[in-house]
Write a protein that binds this ligand. Structure first.
Ligand SMILES: Cc1cc2nc3c(=O)[nH]c(=O)nc-3n(C[C@H](O)[C@H](O)[C@H](O)COP(=O)(O)O)c2cc1C
Length: 175
């Protein structure tokens, strides 16, 4: 067992939204708090992150696909953070769709009673859509912690995402 697998394990699920490129900030804060971090990116998020840098920082491969038979399993998660969480992934997760590895992990997490904290990055127009509001309500009812409307930073106006400071630091406080 490597040093990073000895302690409590945090899965950081990264979706394809603007702040994804800053995920190293959360990895840093989580490591300072004693977590070993396993990054899981949606396939679309791979265009937004520096995979190599995150692998170096965490000491673990970034996972975006189901493993092939015979490949080693990731260590089991003690907690999961989804940040930034997209409109797409939140709606699919709530609907029980599991067509990415990230969604597969999320599909099982609440049933396994693993704490899941979600920090969406969804613009005002999409955040006010009925399907999204229903998804958020239903995931909260199933036990997810979803940070959003009460935050200063999300939802944001369409097109203004680049100028928003994403509150990476807040999310760890809710684990
Ligand atoms: C530059 C760019 C910025 C985007 N920003 C957001 C965003 O802030 N929030 C969001 O929900 N989707 C955003 N999208 C759309 C998502 O990337 C798209 O819905 C994608 O299919 C999400 O995939 P995922 O949920 O599997 O990560 C953005 C797309 C691009 C190209």
């Amino acid at each position: 067992m490597t040093k990073s697998e000895e302690g409590k394990v945090l899965y950081l699920i990264i979706c394809a939204a603007g702040p994804a490129g800053g995920a190293n900030e959360l990895v840093d804060l989580a490591q300072q708090a004693g977590w070993a971090v396993q990054v899981i990116a949606t396939p679309a998020a791979l265009d937004f992150i520096d995979t190599e840098a995150l692998e170096e920082q965490t000491g673990r491969p970034v996972r975006s696909q189901y493993r092939k038979p015979g490949e080693p399993r990731s260590p089991k998660a003690n907690a999961i953070i989804v940040a930034p969480a997209t409109f797409n992934t939140i709606n699919k997760w709530a609907a029980g769709i599991s067509d990415t590895y990230a969604l597969g992990v999320l599909a099982e997490a609440l049933g396994l009673n693993i704490p899941v904290v979600v920090l969406p990055f969804v613009n005002t127009i999409l955040a006010n859509r009925t399907p999204y509001r229903n998804s958020v309500r239903s995931l909260i009812a199933e036990g997810a912690v979803i940070l959003q409307e009460d935050s200063d930073n999300s939802p944001h106006w369409p097109g203004s995402g680049g100028s928003v400071v994403f509150p990476w630091g807040q999310v760890l406080l809710h684990l």
